[in-house]
Design a protein. Sequence first.
Length: 215
Amino acid sequence: MTDTDHRMSASLLDISRIGHQLITDIVPQGARVLDVGCDDGALMRRLELVKQVDARGVELFQEQVNKCVAQGLAVVQGDADTDLEQYPDAAFDYDVMSQVVQATRDPRAVVEQLLRIGNRVVVSFPNFAHWRVRISLALRGRMPETEKLPYSLYDTSNIHFCSIVDFLALVETLNAHVEQLIVLDRNGKQIADKSPLFWKNLFGEQALIVLSKND
């Protein structure tokens, strides 16, 4: 592994660490939680340990499912685009989708299903409208590769380049309400809630949004 690979891996780990802490702060004690795209189960383990939640997970890749099951986590192999419809209404208190929604084929349908099966939905994603991404695209004429988005066209899982404004526009098409919007800058610091949306969309590298259904 090269020095660049090490820096990229460390950057992604930092994103996950900060995101997991924020989600842990949001989810209440003892909640029923569905982690969609749970990867190696790190967030599930944290929620079970810190908040004593009743956690279930869905993961696309069987290798990661095996890692989760080996740790005693309740995880099944499944695809968010096709398998969420199997869950009954209001089956969970919180649905979590961390750094995954931009990799789904139909983000609107996925979020709609999450709102159906969970009382609240927590979604986090990289902001493709960050100023570094904009400059990279403008100057290089290619899809951007940055410290927080270290992927090329041929190896990225991101198929929907979503900005904060894009995702909020998607929410407006659903019967949903934004309860909380947390935006982090490139150093993992939260941008002030009172900052205008255009500022958050320009300087935010990561976003975390808590949704609920409108009455």
